[in-house]
Design a protein around this ligand. Structure first.
Ligand code: TXE
Length: 479
């Protein structure tokens, strides 16, 4: 199947007629073509957005809200079609696409459709000076949204929904590895009555299409989720043009387990936080630290549970883990397993490719647990972004806190303990943007989302996202 760009409310071919193959991770076969869009395609998309902006930015909040909520409803009506497309394109289990990815994409539109009607700004009375200040929060204009392959529609809409809710027009690019659901979204936007040009979706490589969006002098803000190196590159390109930037990058998140936790709950959730979506979520807890008193028990129980996970074809309902997203990514993850061995890591389970009968060329990998000797080893310091976790014991709170913070990344952390004072103390000291206590990936869309250090800058979610996608202007009136 050939997919097209969605520009000015219409599906169009890339003007230079260049195409890229789209591969199915479950069997390694080409199953379609996507536009390899050039700078010229981005320019056309930009012009459509620019033309749509004066009217869209003046559209009432009620109308914007109604359209966003309609998009959300249509996604829900079409959940199966979208979930199947997502699963095929990404390799993730269909059960996950149905229960998480597509419902969450629908929630993103619903949430920001509602949030924009509640978004207010401040006023400040300058007491004794007979003056009042008020803040306008005005849309920026044309903004760029660039998203990755791990949660394709989920993260694409997490950017687009607040951008258009706030009155901007968008040039967006999904990952070239997983373009399918973004392609389908255009249809739904038309059906929901989103005016043409408000959202424009261009497909293509990061280094060409993505780069053209970032380099465009009149695209004034870039919201990006992806790898840390790419984020650093985007920051370098965008900085001289003083663009607003929101960068949500990689993670190397600690999962810290104390003896006094609810053990069964912890064990079950830890399997999920390690291997959900084949470990390809920036929030996965890839460094597991366990209090020494329960370390041996945890090791036995965890490995036993992990061995029960069924790696299989993504379309089968009982598959727990599908295929990794691409061959290069599978190779990267496998390279890290070798690096861990060289660093004296012991493979407790997994470590090998899985051959799924009938789909021998798919990118399947066993869930892998590695016992490591030190937090300084490369597999604990660098983002693997696959079904690979490490475990090691700790003795004291100070020791584990020091290890948790001793990485370049700082996205999220999970704490398992029923000692309230300890969890509060540690939550204060962990160098991350998100802390989960006795749970994982429980998301309330009003909360700020993002990381510190090499995990990025800026926050998405709730009013933070609406603030990012608007410029604050102060008006001072003397009376
Ligand atoms: O991501 P890229 P990749 C991490 C993970 C993974 C590594 C590399 O560790 O192994 O990053 O993955 C677009 N200008 N994460 O290479 O390249 C690209 O087309 C503008 C963590 O696949 O960062 C895609 O749309 N755009 C992460 C998007 O950036 C550019 C999720 C992300 O791709 C560009 C994914 C450029 N010069 C990977 N180059 C997370 N935080 O969840 C690429 N892109």
């Amino acid at each position: 199947m050939k997919i097209q760009n969605y520009i000015n409310g219409q599906y169009v071919n890339p003007i230079q007629d260049n195409w890229l193959d789209n591969l199915c991770p479950a069997n390694g076969k080409v199953y379609g073509q996507i536009p390899n869009s050039s700078k010229d395609d981005v320019e056309i998309a930009y012009n459509a957005a620019k033309t749509a902006f004066p009217s869209w930015s003046q559209t009432t909040l009620e109308t914007r809200s109604r359209i966003l909520i309609k998009i959300s409803e249509l996604l829900e009506t079409n959940i199966l079609r979208f979930a199947e497309a997502e699963s095929k394109d990404n390799g993730k289990p269909i059960s996950l696409a149905k229960s998480v990815d597509i419902p969450r994409a629908a929630s993103n539109f619903r949430f920001f459709g509602n949030a924009i009607t509640q978004f207010a700004s401040e006023s400040h009375e300058s007491v004794g000076q007979n003056a009042i200040n008020y803040t306008l929060r005005q849309p920026i204009g044309v903004v760029g949204c660039i998203s990755p392959w791990n949660l394709p529609l989920y993260l694409f809409t997490w950017k687009i929904a607040p951008a258009i809710a706030a009155g901007n027009c968008v040039v967006a690019k999904p990952s070239e590895v997983t373009p399918m659901t973004a392609f389908l979204l255009g249809e739904i936007c038309n059906e929901a009555g989103l005016p043409k040009g408000v959202l424009n979706i261009v497909h293509g490589l990061g280094t060409t299409t993505g780069q053209a969006i970032v380099e465009h002098p009149d695209i004034k803000a870039i919201s990006f989720t992806g790898g840390t190196e790419t984020g650093a590159h985007i920051a370098r390109v965008a900085a001289p043009m003083f663009k607003k930037l929101s960068l949500e990058l990689g993670g190397k998140n600690p999962n810290i387990i104390f003896e006094d936790c609810d053990y069964d709950d912890m064990l079950e959730t830890t399997v999920r936080s390690s291997f959900a979506n084949q470990g390809q979520i920036c929030l996965c807890g890839s460094r597991i630290f366990v209090e020494v008193s329960i370390y041996e028990k945890f090791k036995t129980d965890f490995v036993a549970k992990v061995k029960q996970l069924k790696v299989g074809h993504p379309s089968e309902e009982n598959t727990n883990m599908g295929a990794l997203v691409s061959k290069p990514h599978l190779e990267k993850v496998m390279k890290y397993i070798e690096i861990a061995k060289l660093d004296n890591g012991t493979i407790l389970c997994g470590g090998n490719k899985v051959i799924v009968k009938g789909y021998e060329n798919g990118y399947y990998l066993e869930p892998t647990v590695i016992e490591i000797q030190t937090n300084e080893c490369r597999v604990n310091q660098e983002e693997v972004f696959g079904p690979v976790v490490t475990i090691m014991p700790f003795k004291t709170e100070d020791e584990v806190l020091q290890m948790a913070n001793s990485v370049n990344y700082g996205l999220s952390a999970t704490l398992w303990s029923n000692n309230l004072k300890r969890t509060m103390r540690m939550s204060n000291q962990l160098q991350v943007g998100i802390v989960w206590v006795n749970t994982w990936m429980m998301r309330d869309l009003r909360t700020p989302f993002g990381g510190v250090k090499a995990s990025g800058v800026g926050r998405e979610g709730g009013f933070e996202a609406l603030r990012f996608f608007t410029e604050a202007k102060n008006v001072c009136i003397k009376y």
